[in-house]
Design a protein around this ligand. Sequence first.
Ligand code: MOS
Length: 731
Amino acid sequence: MSPQPQAAVGAPLSRVDGRLKVTGKAVYAAEHDIEGAVHAVLVDASIGRGRITSLDTAAAEKAAGVLRVISHRNAPKLPYRDNAGSNNPPGHRLRVFQDDRVLFHGQPVAVVVATTLEAAQHGASLVEVRYDGEQPSTDLTEAEPGEPANYARGDAEAGLRSAAVRLDLTYQLARNHHNPMEPHATVARWDGNKLTVWDKTQWVMGTRDELSAVFGLPAESVRVINPFVGGGFGSGLRCWPHTVVAALAARETGRPAMLVLSRRQMYFGTGFRPSYAYRLRLGSDRRGRLNAAIHDMDAETSSYETFVEATGAPGQMLYSMPNVSQAYRQVPLDVNTPIWMRGPGFATGSFVIESAMDELAHELGIDPIELRLRNEPDEDPSNDLPFSTRRLRECYTVGAREFGWHRRSPRPRGRREGDWLIGMGMAAGVYHSGSNAAEARVRLDADGTALVETAASDMGPGTYTSQTQVAADALGLTVRSVTFRLGDSLYPPTPPHGGSQTMASVGSAVLDGCDKVRRQAVKLAVEDRGSPLYGVAADDVVVRNGRLHVPGNPARGETYKSLLARNNRSHLEVRGSYGGPSRPGRHSISAYNATFAEVAVDATLGLVRVRRMLGVYDAGRVISPKLADSQAIGGMVGGIGQALLEHTVTDHRDGRIVNANLADYLVPVNADVPDVEAIYLNGEDHEADPLGVKGLGEVVLVGVAPAIANAVFNATGRRIRELPITAEALL
Ligand code: MOS
């Protein structure tokens, strides 16, 4: 069989939607200009726990432009059917305006709907709420944890006792918020019993199912649309209460309603990366061979839902070690429910493990890379499965060479330039490769162009572009001849746009659909007496630039256009599908990286500047190198944030988030970001999925914070086991 020529996949294309984005023509959730839309503004609770004793809406209702004030006093009872899907964690989701209880500071207690945004904002300021407040519990280190989820292999206690070298380390990791540029927003419109929402979401199907459960509608009665998403990092992975409020406001007023969360409201209106208290005990022999690890993880969750993430995973499989035990305890607090944030769980767990490995290396006088190599497993120690591909050794070698690791002083405080202490650090990163069932509709039109549709999202990684590349090669068309549409729940279903699974899942469905359409066309040609390809073996035919031919004999062939015209076909259409991993449980499949950082720390002021970073990635096949670079840079920037800046601060007296704005919640800006470079060990993983990709979006953040923390230690001799690493901690 002649393979399809690959022209688009692997090419460093610019975004196919780039022009729309930079000319302002890409339409984000709140920019949908829906005729007759009114504005909804939330009133949020100013206590951290308790009950609403009175809610006076008289002044608001009299204000100019205000149409309606909705609260638990007048809201209809909503069905809130059970919905185990839609990424709802176990528990009871927040039911907006269904009772007088306040579960966290900032919870929506009323919504003001008005003809203009200003009128709605003014109205919201006039609503008088009185509370019977209780002391909220928001401090992870003070609260009572729930029952642990345990993991064990071997005998970790005994292993630790017998270890020649033992470390007992305690880490504190701050809560982080996603802070995408585009705020969360929803426009909702009812047409009779049918609901359409334009919503910032990473999963139109999940939001559709949740709204249908909340309002008691058949799924077909709800349509969710999101052609563009201005960043997400996980904040759009479930349907949050404000989306329900927007739909409720529209239903109660009989007008389409728009609700945009303010930046402040984003801090309690959507989820966050939970804070952790993490104790790790680690034992090894004198040559650095790991023997045992005991992990005690306490993570915050809300009082009403139990959010779980894969924080334990890296500690189970990153290094060869016979004895591991883990206890992962959720600590219910009076906060809103957390959610996955880029590199979820793995970024947290890897910070701890990779910081500890650096401590162990220092303790034993072994180079940190050498220590990791001595503990590199031959198969996945958590399940004894062979790795599909694991090129972590190569990540270390290539990274060390390209970064100039030999220039690192093994002695902390070994390098100084004026006031600056210079240090280098590295860490390994891992993120499991997942994929799920997805479908795609592919239509080849008589004019020789194609249309591909899926319900996927593009929160920024470049789904539009990379999927177009896959489709173009499979169809044998140029990228320009393919239109890729996403972001509509009426399109064929896809899994959440998260967990690094979009390329593997949606891409495989697109590949399947495009392969099928191309084969249909080839079959049509070889069986058509009027075709120059009549009688040729179908397997010998390839398509390039829309022309069907046999390789080596380009003269004999014809275009899709002429083929379809002669056969009186307006189009060919199929539904492509991907059923999920074909051989689940046969291999351990993950993406890996080695991340290197060089920092300068002001010896007097404790100021940390990252000077340069390098990430080397084993993420399988790279579909779109330019977009992959953007992903890696973004991941490293996010990791700089996690390491040095990001920290959601709660006032435990009343549960208020005190830095709920982008002036006080610090994220890296240009001056914080030095030269960052990414190298890919490009290569297909044949076990992962038909495209051979292992996912990139998450792994690029994993390992960044520990690489920086380890560089800070190398520079200063100070080991900071708290994120973010602040100047105060270094003084
Ligand atoms: Mo990613 S945390 O699944 O958006």
